[in-house]
Design a protein around this ligand. Sequence first.
Ligand code: FES
Length: 145
Amino acid sequence: MDQKNSVTKHRRIDYLIGTAALLLVGTFLYPPLQILWPRVHLPIESSLMVPVSDEAGLLPGSSLPFVYQGRRYLAINLNGRLYALSGVCSEGSGILHWDRSRRLLVCPSHGGTYDVHGNVVSGPSHNPLTVLNIRVAGGKIYAGR
Ligand code: FES
């Protein structure tokens, strides 16, 4: 009986020593690992944001399609300012494309056009486009609400 209690006691001590050793190793490894793999600090609302691209993937004047909550959107870089808007016409189901020279989103279905703020510029549409927030963090572009 005493021998069994002694074995159990030794196991508990071994467990405590092992746990303390792991905590000590983790304490020393955490700072260098943070330097090697820094965390990306996103804004508070970032939990509802999705990655769109690397920053270099959306050059001035260009656009990129992405999906947010199952819907098509476009990220646009206009003179270094980023915008994220619905990629589908508010009038129907036309898939919008970015006309770089006119600086407008254009619907191929009936010719509706929108500015980068989602406002209707011309055409049959009456409703603006859905606009998302867009942010750059850690060299990546994120969009969402
Ligand atoms: S569906 Fe876009 S203008 Fe008609």
